[in-house]
Write a protein that binds this ligand. Structure first.
Ligand code: AMP
Length: 219
C-alpha cells in the first residue's frame, strides 16, 4: 500500500543523491524541503552566530551539535505553512539522539513522520560522486561533473552564478564524512526499521529512476 508523501525523512550517506531527489520531489509535490546542510552553509556564508559555530566542524567533515541542528529544524516545524503542506527532512536526523529530539519536536507540533526513505550505495561510488560534485555558489543547486553536468561549464543552469566545489567534497574530507556516517548515522537504519517507518531504496540508480520509484511508493 502506498505511504503518504507528507512528512518524510530522506536518510543516506553523503553522495547518495538524497539532496537532489529531495529537492526535485519536494518541488513536484509542493512539500517544504528542509536541508540542514544547506541551511548551515547559508549561515556560514552569511557569517551569523550559527554559521560561526558550525564553520570549523563542517569543514572537517564532523557533525554540528545535536542541539543546534534540532533548533533549526524545530523552527521550521513550528511554521503553519510547513505543517500544512508537509515536509522532507534531508540530512536530519543524523544521530540517534537527533532522532529522539525530532520525535519530541514532532509531538509538540502534533505531527508524525510517515516514512523514512533510506538510500544506500557502495562507498567507492559515493566517493566518486562526492569528489565530482559541484554546487552553485549562490542558490545551492547541485550538479555533478560526470552524472549531472550543467548546460554550460562552471555556470549554474538556474541562476547563472559560478559553480564551485564544496570545501568538504575533497577526497580526504569526503572519506571522514563517510566514516562519521557509518559510526553515527547508520544506526538510524536499524532504529527506523524497528519503528516500521524505513523504506530501503537503491542509491546507485540515476535521478529519474529514483524519482519514478518514489512516485510508486508514495501516494
Ligand atoms: P550535507 O549537506 O547534508 O552533506 O551536510 C553538510 C555538513 O553540515 C555535514 O557534514 C555536517 O557538518 C553538517 N550537518 C548537516 N546536517 C547535520 C545534522 N543533522 N547534524 C549535524 N551536522 C549536520
Amino acid at each position: 500500500m502506498p505511504v503518504s508523501k507528507k512528512n518524510l525523512v530522506f536518510l543516506g550517506p553523503p553522495g547518495v543523491g538524497k539532496g537532489t531527489i529531495a529537492e526535485r520531489f519536494a518541488k513536484i509535490h509542493g512539500l517544504h524541503h528542509i536541508s540542514t546542510g544547506q541551511l548551515l552553509r547559508e549561515a556560514v556564508a552569511a557569517g551569523t552566530e550559527l554559521g560561526k559555530k558550525a564553520q570549523a566542524v563542517m569543514a572537517s567533515g564532523g557533525l554540528v551539535s545535536d542541539e543546534l541542528v534540532t533548533a533549526i529544524v524545530s523552527g521550521f516545524l513550528a511554521k503553519p505553512e510547513v505543517r500544512d503542506a508537509g515536509f522532507i527532512l534531508d540530512g536530519f536526523p543524523r544521530t540517534l539522539n537527533q532522532a529522539a529530539l525530532l520525535s519530541n519536536a514532532l509531538k509538540k507540533e502534533g505531527l508524525a513522520l510517515n516514512a523514512v526513505l533510506s538510500f544506500d550505495a557502495p562507498e567507492s561510488l559515493l566517493l566518486d560522486r562526492l569528489t565530482a560534485r559541484i554546487v552553485c555558489s549562490q542558490c545551492g543547486a547541485t550538479f555533478n561533473r560526470i552524472s549531472l553536468p550543467p548546460k554550460k561549464d562552471g555556470v549554474c543552469d538556474h541562476c547563472s552564478s559560478t559553480l564551485i566545489q564544496r570545501k568538504d567534497d575533497t577526497l580526504e574530507t569526503a572519506q571522514s564524512r563517510l566514516a562519521v556516517y557509518k559510526e553515527q548515522t547508520e544506526p538510524l537504519v536499524g532504529f527506523y526499521t524497528q519503528t516500521g517507518l524505513l523504506v530501503p531504496l537503491d542509491g546507485t540508480e540515476e535521478i529519474e529512476p529514483k524519482l519514478q520509484k518514489l512516485a510508486v511508493i508514495l501516494a
